[in-house]
Structure formats: structure tokens, C-alpha cells
Design a protein around this ligand. Sequence first.
Ligand SMILES: NC(=O)C1=CN([C@@H]2O[C@H](COP(=O)(O)OP(=O)(O)OC[C@H]3O[C@@H](n4cnc5c(N)ncnc54)[C@H](OP(=O)(O)O)[C@@H]3O)[C@@H](O)[C@H]2O)C=CC1
Ligand SMILES: O=C(O)[C@@H]1CCC=N1
Length: 275
Amino acid sequence: MASQLTFIGAGNMAGAIFAGLVDSGYPADAITATATHQQALERHRARYGINITTDNAAAVSEADVVVLAVKPQIMREVCEPLQEALQISRPLMISVAAGLTVDTLTRWLGDDSLAIIRCMPNTPAMVGEGAMGLYATAAVSEAQRELAGEILSAVGMVEWVEEEGLLNAVTAIAGSAPAYFFYMYEALEQAGVARGLPQESARRLALQTAFGAARMARESEFDPQTLKRQVMSPHGTTEEAIKSLENAGFEKMIDNATLACFKRAESLARELDDQ
Ligand SMILES: NC(=O)C1=CN([C@@H]2O[C@H](COP(=O)(O)OP(=O)(O)OC[C@H]3O[C@@H](n4cnc5c(N)ncnc54)[C@H](OP(=O)(O)O)[C@@H]3O)[C@@H](O)[C@H]2O)C=CC1
Ligand SMILES: O=C(O)[C@@H]1CCC=N1
């Protein structure tokens, strides 16, 4: 029988994971999602067939696995009232919150013997193409590690990290990174329009190029540098474009952006710890 999964929060990230799970065949009746707005929950029930409730404690008391998926800033007010219910079910806790450390979360859950996994997923989980970093505390059993890996690998690829701090690096290059690619998609579309293409046409071409490049990179035996070189004919068009990107400091820009993301995850952790 499938493990009972409860999602506390049913927004972008939780929705991406439970949508991906249902699409991959996980039984919808073993999934419960909570939120404060009944209307949004009703839409999820209609679309995915999952159970819904606005009662977090009730949803937790019957769960084998609880996925905490509210904004980090409201995690404390969500977690503290769950303490009693957690003593009934003693589920595996999976937090997807950026920056929230195990120490802070443990304090808010009021029990340092609970098994906690921190997960940094990304929204492509919705289409089964997520990229996730996972970190397990010492209280997590081998069976629970396997269970979390099994559940989450249904919606994407999973990388375990052995140091909690590395999840901030995962946030910088995976958790937040779909937005960087969407930004590039947006910029290519605009550039296509600026060069005279109709907008819809530019969007379709940019999107298919992103998809084709990602699929080719995944299926090919070559590293990114080689794949890049294969497009660059000597003295050709691509060489000019890449030179222009280099001159504009493209790599430095990506490095700066990921560093800013990483540092924000660290400062978020400090802010939450002070709560
Ligand atoms: N979005 C992303 O790409 C990623 C997000 N994350 C993490 O996921 C978490 C959620 O982010 P995201 O999904 O973007 O946020 P959203 O704002 O989209 O979703 C938050 C959800 O929390 C619900 N919620 C608010 N208060 C409560 C409450 N008291 N009890 C139960 N549910 C409540 C909201 O429901 P309602 O509106 O009805 O109140 C909503 O469904 C964050 O911690 C973030 O760091 C991690 C990786 C990627
Ligand atoms: O922007 C955020 O804080 C969340 C965490 C990673 C992606 N979205």
C-alpha cells in the first residue's frame, strides 16, 4: 500500500510535486494537501483527485510522510501547532523550504528525535523533470531514506548531499535556476522580435531550441564545452555571438547570480533562526 503523503501548503512547489506524483501513477487518494484557501484546494481536488483540508493537524496525524511546503517566513506559525499531532503519527518530515535549517525546524517541531529530510526541489517536478538535492538527518532510517528517494525520484532526479550547507548550492544552481532559464527564453524571444520575427514564431523557435539543447546535452556523450564548440563554425555566426557573450561577462554574471542566491539562502537561515 502507498505511503500516506501530506503536503502542508499547496502552492507552486507542493503543487508541482503532487501533480508530478499523480501523473507518474502515485495513488491520488494517498495524497492530502492543505492550505488556508478552500477554493484553491478545491481546484487541486478537481484536477488531481487528491484529498484536501484546511486542518493541518488532522492531515498530519494520519500521515506517513509530511512535506512542509509553505513559505519559510510562515513556517514557524505552521509548525508549532503540529507538535501534538506529530506525536501520534511520527511521520518522516520533508521540508522543501529554502534556507530553513534542520536545527531551526527541529526547535519549531519541538522534538529532536523526529526524522527530518531537507529537500531543495524545483518546479519542473510538475512534468517529472525536477532536479532535487536531499539531506537527511541522523534520525532518518535507511528505509525512510529509500522511501523519500522513491517518492521524489518519481518527479525528477535526486542528488543526496552529505552536508546540510550544500543545499544552498543546490538552491543556487537547481532550486532557483528554472527562473534563469525562463529569463533566457524570454530574452531570446524578445531578441527574435527585435530581429524581425513575429512574436509567436520567435517564442516557438526559442522554446524548441532550449528543449532541443537540453535533450541533446542529456543524451549526448559530450561535455558542455564540446557541445558548444560543435555549433561554432570557425569564423562563423555563433563564434561572434559567443564572443559577444564573453565580452559582456556572461560567466561572471551567472557566477554573481548564483552567489547572490546562495548568500540569500544563508541570510534567510539566520533570519529564521532568530525568530
Ligand atoms: N517555488 C519554487 O520554485 C520553489 C519553492 N521552494 C520552497 O517551497 C516553499 C513554498 O513555496 P511556493 O510553493 O513557491 O509558495 P506559494 O506561495 O506558491 O505556496 C505556499 C502555500 O502555502 C499555503 N499556506 C499558507 N499558509 C498556510 C497555513 N497556515 N497552513 C497551510 N498552508 C498554508 C498557501 O495556501 P493559501 O494561499 O491558501 O494560504 C499556499 O498553498 C517555500 O518554502 C520555498 O522556499 C523550494 C524550491 C523551489
Ligand atoms: O525563490 C525562492 O525563495 C524559492 C526557493 C527556490 C526557488 N524558489
